[in-house]
Design a protein. Sequence first.
Length: 340
Amino acid sequence: MKERSTKITIYDIARVLNLSASTVSRALQNNKLINQETRDKVRQTATEMGYVPNWIASSLRRNRSNIIGLIVPRTSMYFQSTAISGIQHEAHRYGFSIVIGQSDDTLEMEKELVNTFFSLRVDGLLAVSSMFTTAFEHFTPFIKNNIPLVFYDRVPADFPGYTITGDDFKGGFLATEHLIRQGCKRIAHFSGNLTCNLYQQRLLGYKAALEKYSVPFDERFLYVHNLTSEAATTASRELLSKDEYPDGLFAANDTSAVAFIQEAKRQQVAVPGDIRVVGYSNDQSSRIITPALTTIEQSGYEMGEKAVDTIVKLINYGDTMKITKHFVFPVELIERESSQ
């Protein structure tokens, strides 16, 4: 078994350069009290010797890690990937690093990640709750220790802290209203799990639009599933097998809307000729599917930037600044061929 190599310390660098350990430490922190030539020499020597900073020890000394934890359901989700881009960009601008944990949309993994990030002494935690998170007790270590915690996109029910969400009720309303204005009278809805705030609100918006325009709500046309391509394909087959299938579909994400369009093609059902379709998220698939998908834009990148801006202010200033506690992003209908 190969022996583990001995770690290089600032004392080793100091010995090589004939400097004090405190001078080396300040130089590595780019302290302006150390002249530029010495700082450059110390950094170069540290690199050559393979020095790796002990950020845990450093954070204990400074009581600050300059690291923000981030919990997301899956990094592969289009909305989350765009939000992460905004988070990384804004965090770098503020001088913070981001450590990402993926919950795989399970409550068990989410709990593990919360404990891990608390143990790592991150300065704050950004989180998107899993599809099945209905309470926030497992985030108690952060709340009790006054470590900033901000939820964005998906938020546990009754969370009293800082949240950043899209206007999902308005999104559901706009999507359904658009279908009604296009002449649809029998509008189906593919919803995600209703333990999740997003899908609760999108469903309420859908129902509100139906009520406003006196279009009856038909329970047979409501499908609640996990919004994967596979689940949506199964729901699509059942929907299209009905004696009278709907003339409109509002899907709570683009993945399930695209799956429906593909299944409709296989069954020679014309979109938008026989049934008009609206999705949600404006992800890449909405642009490349034929016909191109009408969808709801929810500004993932900007939401990520806003999440970092909020948590950095809480880290640096606590509640002494005026920070919007529950920030809601506007949404926008992007009209394309699938609903025309």
